[in-house]
Design a protein around this ligand. Structure first.
Ligand SMILES: [Zn+2]
Length: 608
């Protein structure tokens, strides 16, 4: 037996069955009951929202032997003939395939004849915006002076393309996208009638993917059942849609909020290895961020669809990430989407996620705002002021112990999720005096209103963190000076103790090492470290002695000379750039992405 699609099988046959368009069906039913029907209607709205179904129900309503009635019987010859499409008096025209003027002329000639068997002739013109202007003009006469036995229903997804003269002669109904909750409930009812098992959350995914279209939603449900059988699981839906489950998205955003770069890269790798469409994943992340933003911005406005459990989870996560961070992450992901369309998918995605997770590594104003956002969140400043117990003017340090920092390899959203709690007033062993302290670890303090971000991220910076953020550090250095970047590039961070970072240079890079250690660059270097790590690390540079590998050593002087001239060249181009016009934002951005792409590309390859 041929498979009948769910959409056809369960196509609405009465006004009551049309979902999500009560504003249309109620008005039509009232017009029928009150004998106030127009002779021409225009149904507009997205595809799959019930325009054609409603037009057919209207045709049955006027022609049912028990009618005209708002509740056609669906049993009489007229009703069944219209349902099956065999009625000679209900004429469906698909303008997308018959947009030519000849058809319309033909129609105009035939419209004069009375209906054969029905009470009224009903013309349903689907995709009517596809009619040519000449076609419309041929139609116009009939619509202007319709014979009493004719009813027109024009349906279109693009009402702006419909001629004004037609618009003014029709009664217009706008069909709306159907809410995801309503669609999910509808799917649930169908599944029950079909005797299918449904796992919690599976139909929510189906409904969301249907984007407000009943037809699309049911066609997805069809695919899910064809693919996985009558046991409808989240996994099965995810496989069919190529979308990722909500838990993966929650994990992604938690990792962004925690600054967990390594975790994000691992996650992307896992999805890529699993054959996940990364573009779809990027779209899903953006949608998830958007939902978080709406929940955060207008919690009472009910702008987000979802079950109570989903909304609760969203609300909880919305408290773990700052608003500016959210907006910035959306921006970065949207940018990445544009780049992903051009080919490479993984790299732009990883770069966007890394940048979102590490506003410290980026110099743009959005990044600075995101950092402030994050710092405030971590220090509890952004907790709803009313809920915070008043404290002494200077908040006591929450803890003198090193705090888990941004890029800890395993994300633990818990510490960042807690800032709404009242700061622990218990004094710690460390006095809160202003006396000199060792630079690390420094207790985390609530920043003053105008505080610079630097000190708050202090504590817990270790060599692993330095290594994992090294590309970002290089990037931060490069935004300050390309020359310094050239000097620092060959360095390998090896150890970190007492705020002093040991950098080792290859035997051919002694000039680079010298420069990095020189007082000329100290300030810039320290500032870059503060930017990225929140700590003003000092550097100690040593040159590795590879005298064993002597063969290459003879050329060291030449290499060094080359390095010097390279640095000079960079300096010259830098000066030229400074003298000339500053590059526009797009260019600068393009370049920053290139740099990060290169750096990250190298890192990713190394890790693999
Ligand atoms: Zn009937």
């Amino acid at each position: 037996m041929a498979h009948i699609s769910l959409y056809r099988k369960y196509r609405s046959q009465t006004f009551d069955e049309v979902i999500g368009q009560a504003h249309v069906t109620t008005t039509l039913a009232n017009a029928l009951s009150g004998d106030r029907l127009h002779h021409a209607y225009l149904f507009t709205g997205p595809r799959g929202t019930g325009k054609t179904s409603t037009a057919r129900i209207l045709a049955k309503a006027v022609n049912c032997v028990e009618g005209p009635t708002a509740t056609p019987c669906n049993r009489c010859d007229q009703c069944t003939g219209i349902t099956s499409g065999s009625s000679v008096d209900v004429i469906e025209i698909d303008a997308a395939s018959h947009g030519g003027v000849d058809d319309v002329r033909d129609l105009r000639d035939r419209v004069a004849f009375a209906p054969v068997a029905a009470r009224m002739k009903v013309y349903i013109v689907d995709e009517c915006h596809m009619l040519s202007t000449a076609g419309w003009n041929a139609f116009l006469k009939t619509v202007e002076e319709p014979p009493g036995h004719v009813l027109f229903v024009f349906a279109t997804t693009e009402p702006h393309k419909v001629l004004d003269t037609i618009l003014s002669r029709t009664q217009r109904f706008d069909f709306k996208r159907i809410g995801a909750v309503e669609l999910a409930q509808y799917c649930g009812a169908l599944a029950e009638r079909e005797g299918w098992q449904v796992e919690d959350g599976a139909l929510d995914l189906v409904a969301r993917a249907g984007e407000g279209s009943a037809r699309d939603t049911l066609s997805i449900l069809d695919q899910v059942v064809a693919f996985g059988g009558s046991d409808i699981t989240v996994r099965g839906v995810v496989d069919v849609l190529g979308t990722v489950g909500g838990d993966v998205l929650t994990e992604t955003v938690d990792r962004i909020a925690a600054g967990d770069v390594a975790g994000l890269c691992v996650q992307v790798g896992r999805l890529a290895d699993g054959g996940q469409d990364l573009r779809q994943y990027a779209r899903d992340v953006i949608e998830h961020l958007r939902r978080l933003f709406l929940v955060q911005t207008a919690p009472d406005a009910k702008l987000v669809d979802g079950t109570p459990e989903q909304l609760e989870a969203l609300t909880a996560q919305a408290q773990r990430i700052g608003r500016v961070e959210l907006v910035r992450a959306m921006d970065l992901m949207a940018e990445a989407m544009a780049q992903m369309r051009r080919g490479n998918t993984r790299l732009p995605l990883e770069i966007a996620l890394v940048k979102a997770a590490l506003p410290e590594a980026c110099g743009d104003p959005g990044a600075l705002a995101a950092r402030m956002d994050r710092l405030e969140r971590r220090s509890g400043v952004d907790a709803a002021p009313a809920e915070v117990t008043p404290t002494a003017p200077t908040s006591p340090p929450q803890s003198a112990e090193p705090q888990p920092v941004a890029a800890a390899p395993t994300p633990d959203p818990a510490p960042t999720a807690e800032p709404t709690s009242t700061p622990d007033p218990t004094p710690t062993s460390e006095p809160t005096s202003t006396s000199e302290r060792t630079p690390t670890p420094e207790p985390e303090r609530a920043p003053e209103p105008e505080a610079q971000p630097a000190p708050a991220a202090a504590g817990g910076v270790d060599i692993d963190l330095v290594r994992s953020t090294w590309p970002a550090l290089l990037d931060a250095v490069k935004t300050r000076s390309k020359r310094l970047h050239a000097f620092l590039s060959p360095a390998q961070p090896t150890t970190l103790s007492g705020g002093e970072l040991a950098l080792v240079f290859g035997p051919n890079s002694s000039f680079h090492a010298e420069q990095c250690a020189s007082s000329e660059w100290r300030e810039q270097l320290t500032a870059a470290f503060t930017d990225v790590l929140g700590e003003p690390l000092r550097v100690q540079c040593t040159v590795r002695d590879d005298s064993d590998a002597a063969p290459g050593h003879v050329g060291a002087d030449a290499e060094e000379a080359a390095a010097r001239s390279e640095a000079t060249a960079v300096a010259e181009s830098e000066a030229a750039e400074a003298a000339g016009e500053l590059p526009d934002d797009d260019e600068a951005h393009e370049r920053a992405v290139e740099t990060l792409t290169r750096d990250l590309g190298a890192t990713v390859v190394d890790d693999a």
